[in-house]
Design a protein around this ligand. Sequence first.
Ligand SMILES: Cc1ncc(COP(=O)(O)O)c(C=O)c1O
Length: 388
Amino acid sequence: MKLSQRSEAIVPSLIRDASRYCAELGALNLAQGLPDFPAPEFLKEAARKAIAEDHNQYCDSWGLEPLRIALAEKYARDNTMAVDPETEVTICCGATEGLNLALMVLLNPGDEVVVLTPFYENYKPNLATVGAIPRYVALSAPEWEITEAVLDEAFAGTPPKAIIVNNPANPTGKVWTHKELELLGRYCQRYDTWAIADEIYEYILYDDAKHISIASLPGMAERTITVNGFSKTFCVTGWRLGYVIAPALVSEGIRKVHDFLTICAPAPLQWAALAALEAGRDYYTDLCTLYQGKRALLLPALEKAGFKPIAPQGAYYVWTDVSILGAKDALEAAYLLAHKAGIAAVPGDCFLPEGKGNQSMRFCFAKRDETLIAASHQLAEFALIHAR
Ligand SMILES: Cc1ncc(COP(=O)(O)O)c(C=O)c1O
């Protein structure tokens, strides 16, 4: 049987694939972006309470009203964005649904969307699903800087319909500066292009990195769809709770598609998410401190193994060159690491337009310290044997 062109265009996820073979091999999973430690107790308690109180049926399709209001307050407080909870916020099943909603509502088949590379794996299949065409523009390591030259290339010829702004970025950990966002904003306004801002890692920042929402810049709220969620900030990737912030007219389209796609996001967990948004500043500071410590465990281990990791400014991944392994490409390097070092990480192929011959891998450090310390030992041992 022949499946639809849409499904044929999608290559299975290398990230989730790595998690599967990792389990089979009993390797340490530094592949998929999910914590191997518990979610905060106050959140679990809030979820238990919501289920016990019988919030177990479909709820408002756009999302619980109190949660939309709390999100609008968060955006005013943390993102300097004025958001109307009545018309501009839609709660959905993870940022993943949010991103798909944004693409479905903005794009027609054949529309082009700028994707800066390396990029988060999902963007490619998500664009393929709506028949849109990625316009890949490479950023250069280690700064991943967005310059006029980069944007001239991105906006050359027929202006793109949209650009995806992943900030902080997966897999590079790049955090966009005010100057870069302002420059992009000017291009978007000049060429009538939309920004699709994926800000799922907004609270995971290192050193003096500061997150700025592109929609908060002058003239951008009306041409930005901001996608975000609770997965990463609150260590609940399995709750599948995300949201989309967009101008009222666009939100209307988003709500229609969302309603017929999933009806609503999990109702009891939306009540629990209210508790998440009540967390004080300490929660966010502690989150950065926690991941800063984990970054400090993984980075030197990768360096000692002879890799060339680039320190991330945000999110919880390290992007690194692994050519020291002498593998023919990253896929072979990933195989070697999993089978010989007992560590699963993601080969660069799924973050690049063309994986052929690349020597990059992504390691996730959203893991217990014990996991990261064990991984450091296994890496060091493997590097010793491999060097012989
Ligand atoms: C950049 C980026 N966006 C979105 C997601 C998915 O988020 P959610 O769990 O809310 O669907 C991920 C997950 O790894 C991600 O890295």
